[in-house]
Design a protein around this ligand. Sequence first.
Ligand SMILES: C[S@@+](CC[C@H](N)C(=O)[O-])C[C@H]1O[C@@H](n2cnc3c(N)ncnc32)[C@H](O)[C@@H]1O
Length: 215
Amino acid sequence: MHKDTFNQKYDSKKLYWGTRPSDLVKNFASLATPGNAVDLGMGEGRDSIYLAQRGFNVTGVDQSEIGVRKCLKRAEKLGVNIKTVVSDVRSFKIAKSRYSLILSNNLFQYITKSEAQHVARNIIRGLKKGGLVIASVFTYDDPRFKEYRKKTTELEPGSFLLVSGDIYSLYDYGELIDLFSPLRILYYSEYDYFHTHGDTKGHWHGIAELVAKKV
Ligand SMILES: C[S@@+](CC[C@H](N)C(=O)[O-])C[C@H]1O[C@@H](n2cnc3c(N)ncnc32)[C@H](O)[C@@H]1O
């Protein structure tokens, strides 16, 4: 699911998500003590590479072998070491109490909310004491929410089955906090932004971002 779409997006010399790390990871990763980190849905690895450059021992996981390959090529050029796993995050085993930092940056849109609950539980279990999760999802403010509600099958509240057969989930206000409620929330924000990535006209997104710590 979504694998072909992302492989197509990534199948060019250019980096689809760019070379710079996401603002969320750039702003908050230094709250975590360098150690083992896992980047779930790493894409082309913009955040994985940033973390490796800051001394984290990074494992990046993505279903897109093209994204993973591009990350490894760039990491080699930059002289940083990253372990990668081509896998579906729903079946990827996160070792217990192993990680100082786990990223789920723009990932939970692509699985159902029940599946995201399962992955979130594994993330919490995988964090060491003092470890951090950094996560983001798109919200009900995202214009796709109204569109998908009208035009597609809603499998569970906010999780849609698209005509392509892919899943797309959007999150209600505060739902991302609920997923990580056993942790201490250090930062949480919901906002809308206008974005010109991927099309010339641009489009709106509604996003929720969270940083939380296992205490
Ligand atoms: C919006 S991109 C974000 C990439 C990266 N986190 C970033 O911010 O640059 C979402 C990524 O999640 C991956 N993905 C989606 N569903 C997945 C799944 N079930 N298992 C593994 N990767 C998945 C996609 O292949 C894609 O690379």
